[in-house]
Ligand binder design. Structure first.
Ligand SMILES: *[C@@H]1O[C@H](CO)[C@@H](O)[C@H](O)[C@H]1NC(C)=O
Length: 251
């Protein structure tokens, strides 16, 4: 623009020189040709400038185009990311809810396990006599959930579920029998017996998984026998005769 104005001024001044110079002398003609030469040089320069400007403009335009395309792509990717983020947040929230529900379920799940040994103190035999003896394993080793009573010897299911019970018991058999029974709700489930003569320790031992309803009971019985009946041995140091049970899972 500046170059175009200079060109116009030059052209006007050349015209002015021509109209005023009727009396032509050599110095005026020289001025005109010098100015024309300058004008030509300026034109050449302007054309070159113009080409360079156009090239730079074209380069800038293609850069702008590329940037615009990039911008569109970035915006699309951003939109995709935002949608993914929303989906991930929803899944996280769902997982957190599930974890919380599981934690509550674990906290609320009943915890039941007991082990008790026959003798509360010292050592000695426990005899049945001429009546069935409901065995009371007096010395509590474990009683989580308090479902076993060391005053009645009964286990009472606090919830419906599957439970496992075990009852290893011992006697010194000097040509005699040892016998033990397990009851559920007053009905005999197990009868175990053994005869031995060696005066050394003999054991009866068994276990059952039982499906119980809430309130069902399990207990051990030493059956009646002739004279002093059957018997078991225990001492508080070694827990020879014990009764254990635990909830495997609620139903
Ligand atoms: C019997 O059970 C009660 C109540 O759980 C307990 O406090 C007591 O220590 C138990 N007795 C023995 C000898 O374990």
């Amino acid at each position: 623009m500046r170059a175009a104005i200079s060109l116009l001024v030059l052209l006007l001044s050349v015209c002015g020189v021509q109209t005023e110079s009727h009396g032509t002398d050599a110095s005026t003609q020289l001025d005109v040709s010098t100015e024309l030469k300058e004008l030509r040089d300026m034109l050449v320069e302007l054309r070159a400038d113009n080409v360079a400007v156009k090239q730079r403009l074209a380069a800038s335009e293609s850069k702008v185009e590329a940037l615009e395309a990039d911008n569109v792509a970035v915006k699309q990717r951003l939109a995709v990311s935002e949608a993914e983020n929303v989906a991930v947040k929803q899944r996280l929230a769902a997982s957190e809810d599930k974890v919380e529900a599981l934690e509550n379920e674990i906290k609320a799940a009943p915890k039941v396990a007991f082990s008790a040994a026959l003798k509360e103190y010292g050592h000695g035999f426990t005899h049945s006599g001429s009546n069935d003896l409901n065995l009371v394993f007096k010395r509590v080793i474990t009683n989580v959930g308090e479902a076993y009573s060391n005053t009645t010897g009964f286990f009472t299911a606090p919830v419906r579920g599957v439970y496992y019970f075990r009852f290893p018991v011992m006697d010194y058999l000097t040509s005699r029998w040892m016998v033990i029974k397990m009851y559920k709700n007053g009905e005999k489930l197990v009868w175990l017996g053994e005869y031995d003569t060696d005066r050394k320790a003999s054991y009866l031992s068994s276990g059952l998984a039982l499906q119980l309803d809430k309130g069902d009971t399990v207990n051990m019985v030493l059956p009646k026998g002739i004279e002093a009946g059957y018997r078991l041995w225990d001492n508080i140091r070694w827990s020879y005769s014990t009764f254990s049970g635990f909830l495997l899972f609620p139903l």
